[in-house]
Design a protein around this ligand. Structure first.
Ligand code: NAP
Ligand code: HSE
Length: 439
């Protein structure tokens, strides 16, 4: 009989519990699920009440003990945070053990170092659960789309913020109440500011860009804006104008016309609340769902959609990675080679373009005096800066105040910010209430 492969589970929280539930009930699943068992588990607090029954002799509060345990052949890191997670992953690799991790914070910052260590030691580090929860997106980018030149990746890749925005838009929910609901459902990070301030999405777009464009991304340089300062007024105006506001993570190849340069690429990367036209496929992605729209040559557009967070969805991706490794371990018994497509490889330098050069359409809400010539003066400033206006509408004008909404055609971030600085100084403009990007 085939000997079972021992899994070392680092963490038994939302995701860890989801994984244990799958491993404990293999019936009706891929037969490989029956060939794995949980050999050791690390938690922070052994006394904590758990929703799953676990043999307490397997549990320790020392995660290094789990990695070093000779019964553990594959290390599954679902504890989160940077340290000790990063050191544990590197120790597993150096010990010749493959790793599965859902930790985008570590992979976005140390993915290159980890991938190089894995290749050197002939083991795998699989990260399907790190982006898009249950959606298969990592393996498609590494393998299925390998023949394409990728031009753009546009994603709704944070379940918590998408859940909050959907509930606020459709149900008129209060921001703090909806955030609490997302935390109770197990969607949010231990520190939810990573979700609402856009940092979780920035980690994920760094990982997707690295795979899509072939080189490591400087994570700390990604311009990032979250949803915590978004006003309900703008959600309502966007709705009136035929848009949904989504937290988008976008990576665009600005050098895609120059295919002769295969050694470096300039990328426009950003995470920010963005107006999405109702006819765009991303506008209907609601609740905890995520979606990633990939544009490539020759495939055109392909969209991956599904549950982006939560115990079951994330465990589904983690277990798929474990099964990939287990399948390879079984094959390796005859042939000792490493499958190059399952390991991450970097093959060129990826540079982040200057933020001022990032092209985008814009939504601007201005509070102005309701006097003759206001719209003319605003239009003149946009004209001088070569900013073409798609539409300009005045709402809720009263004797003293007008609210003007401008949607521009695509211009650079530099052009729009220069224009807004000048518009802000007009005496008839009380304030620029909101500036968002638009698809
Ligand atoms: P979680 O519910 O907070 O669980 C973390 C687990 O790790 C807990 O069991 C905790 O122990 C344990 N732990 C934390 N630090 C430890 C330490 N120093 N030593 C030993 N054990 C430690 O987190 P989660 O939501 O499952 O997320 C886990 C990872 O998956 C994170 O990297 C997250 O970004 C990623 N992820 C989560 C989701 C999601 O929907 N939740 C989706 C995709 C990816 P105690 O139980 O004793 O506190
Ligand atoms: N906190 C993350 C989210 C978990 O809300 O999308 C999934 O990565």
């Amino acid at each position: 009989m085939q000997k079972k492969i021992g899994i070392g589970l680092l963490g038994l929280g939302t995701v860890g519990t989801g994984i244990a539930n799958i491993i404990k009930s293999p019936k009706g699943r891929n037969p490989l699920v029956s060939s794995i068992y949980i050999a050791r588990i690390a938690v922070r607090d052994k006394q904590k009440q758990r929703s799953i029954e676990i043999d307490s002799s397997l549990v320790t509060t020392d995660p290094f003990e789990v990695v070093k345990d000779p019964n553990v052949q594959v290390v599954v890191e679902v504890m989160g945070g940077i340290e000790p997670a990063k050191s544990l992953i590197l120790l597993a690799i150096q010990s010749g053990k493959s790793v599965v991790t859902a930790n985008k914070a570590v992979i976005a910052r140390y993915g290159k170092e980890i991938s190089e260590a894995a290749i050197k030691n002939g083991v795998y580090v699989l990260i399907e659960a790190a982006v898009g929860g249950g959606i298969p997106i990592i393996e498609p980018l590494k393998q299925s789309l390998g023949g394409n030149r990728i031009q753009k990746v546009t994603g709704i890749i944070n379940g918590t913020t998408n859940f909050i925005l959907s509930q606020m838009t459709k149900e008129g929910g209060n921001y703090n109440d909806v955030l609490k609901e997302a935390q109770n459902l197990g969607y949010a990070e231990a520190d939810p500011s990573a979700d609402v301030e856009g940092h979780d999405a920035a980690d994920k777009i760094a990982i997707l860009s690295g795979l899509a464009f072939g080189g490591a991304i400087n994570r700390e340089k990604i311009p990032t804006k979250g949803i915590s300062k978004l006003e309900l007024t703008d959600i309502h105006y966007a709705d009136k104008l035929g848009f949904e506001i989504k937290l988008l993570a976008i990576a665009e190849n600005l050098s895609s016309k120059d295919v002769s340069n295969n050694t470096s690429v300039s990328l426009a990367l950003r995470v920010e609340p963005t107006l999405v036209p109702r006819e765009h496929p991303l506008s209907v992605v609601n609740g905890v769902n995520n979606a990633i729209l990939i544009e490539g040559d020759p495939i055109g557009q392909v969209m991956f959609y599904g549950p982006g967070a939560g115990a079951g969805a994330t465990a589904s991706a983690v277990v798929a990675d474990i099964l990939n490794i287990v399948g390879i371990e079984l094959i390796k018994k005859q042939d000792n080679s490493l499958d190059p497509l399952l390991s991450g490889i970097s093959w060129r330098d990826c540079f982040l373009a200057n933020t001022r050069d990032i092209p985008q359409k814009n939504y601007v809400r201005l509070i102005t005096k309701d006097t003759p010539g206001v719209i003319g003066n605003i239009g003149k400033i946009f004209g001088i800066n070569n900013v073409s206006i798609q539409s300009i509408v005045q709402f809720d004008s009263s004797d003293s105040k007008a609210e003007i909404i401008v949607i521009t055609h695509e211009v650079s971030k530099g052009q729009i910010s220069d224009s807004l600085a000048k518009i802000d100084s007009l005496k008839e403009v009380t304030k620029i209430a909101t500036h968002l990007s638009c698809l």
